[in-house]
Design a protein around this ligand. Structure first.
Ligand code: BT5
Length: 342
């Protein structure tokens, strides 16, 4: 949203304000004011024309309105439906964009890591941030961790007991979901039960450490010591019934009911913005929200499996696993939670 349109919107929110008054105060023509008002109406803002002037009645729950009231320096490119927000973000990055958020209600060609499919029905928050941070490529994983912290915090504010599983998932753990489920019937539990004698293989939801609320796919381009751009693609299951999601997934709606997605995304973006400007805060915040630390884990890496107890996370996002052969730092891989370490 450009500066003038945002100023028109702010004035309407404090309205009623007449067209001529607005034109005067913003130093643009009355015709330009009219065009901004019409464009805002098209974007779903409800603007009443009263005898005293224009008045903002209602802000759309989702859409371009995400920029309205956002306390972070991102502009938003909104799509009702898109193939992959990461693909669109890449186009924008290659054109030189910075601090743009590509946001969609529905994503029909979403990607996970290793070209896995990401399911993105309407009602979700599918977003990709285009960033140009002044960091070496090796530090980019910190942005993934920051995004996970931002999502987990926003989810917790909404009442969802979210935790982070290394490296890129936000989960609702079985235990915590059940804590918040006392009002549900026993055949309506959100997270599948893990057997008492869960083996080292782990079971479906148990191996994931809980049900998946959000996944993050970070992509980048750069040279040896400096990134050119980074795209942090974040998929959050917000107002989606579990039936529309793959097995092992959950949503905000399933845990606490539907929420206002505009407010939810704004909180994610604001938290992310605060963390990217205070990188020293990322790891401590991540540790606090982690479902992985203290767990027995198996991490599948390109050099084979690492099995042991996850004891820490260190810059720029490596998991420290205490194994029979000593501590191993794992930088990338798929992580299964086995059983809690004694
Ligand atoms: C991820 O991959 O978790 C990263 C997902 C990133 C998605 C976002 S949405 C916005 C942006 N645009 C894109 O095109 N992508 C990003 P990974 O760790 O590989 O997990 C993928 C696996 O999660 C799949 O193989 C499924 O098992 C599962 N999955 C697919 N859709 C899901 C959903 N909506 N919720 C939970 N799990 C899902």
């Amino acid at each position: 949203m450009n500066e003038t349109r945002r100023a028109v919107l702010d004035a309407l929110a404090d309205g009623p304000v007449s067209g001529p008054e607005l034109a005067d105060s913003l130093d643009i023509s009355r015709n330009a004011i009219w065009k901004h008002v019409e464009a805002l109406r098209t974007a779903g803002f409800e603007i009443e024309s009263t005898s005293d002037g224009y008045l903002l009645d209602d802000v759309p729950e989702f859409g371009p309105s995400v920029e309205y009231g956002l306390d972070a320096p991102f502009s938003v490119e909104y799509h009702d439906s898109i193939g992959s927000t990461n693909d669109r973000a890449r186009e924008l990055a290659e054109e030189g964009a910075e601090d743009v958020v590509v946001l969609a209600d529905e994503q029909v060609g979403g990607r996970g890591r290793l070209e896995r499919t990401w399911v993105g029905p309407s009602g979700g928050v599918w977003l990709s941030l285009v960033l140009r941070p002044n960091i070496p490529p090796a530090h980019a994983p910190l942005l993934t961790l920051a995004a996970a912290v931002a999502v987990a915090r926003a989810a917790r504010e909404a009442g969802v007991p979210a935790e982070i599983k290394w490296p890129n998932d936000v989960l609702v753990s079985e235990e915590r979901a059940n804590e918040g489920q006392s009002d549900r019937s026993s055949d309506d539990v959100l997270v599948s039960e893990t057997s008492e004698g869960q083996s080292e293989q782990g079971t479906a939801a148990g191996a994931r450490g809980g049900e998946k609320l959000c996944g993050i796919l970070t992509e980048m381009e750069g040279e040896a010591n400096r990134v050119s751009w980074v795209i942090v693609g974040t998929g959050i299951n917000v107002n989606i019934p579990a039936d529309d999601l793959p097995e092992g997934a959950t949503s905000v709606q399933e845990v606490v009911g539907s929420v206002n997605r505009r407010v939810f995304v704004q909180r994610v973006l604001e938290e992310f913005d605060a963390l990217r400007t205070d990188v020293d805060a990322v790891l401590p915040a991540w540790r606090e929200l982690s479902a992985t630390l203290g767990q027995r884990v198996r991490v599948e890496t390109t050099n084979g499996d690492v099995v042991g107890t996850a004891v820490d996370i260190v810059t720029p996002g490596a998991l420290v696993v205490e194994t029979d052969d000593g501590d191993v730092r794992v930088h990338a891989g798929d992580c299964d939670h086995l059983r809690p370490a004694n």
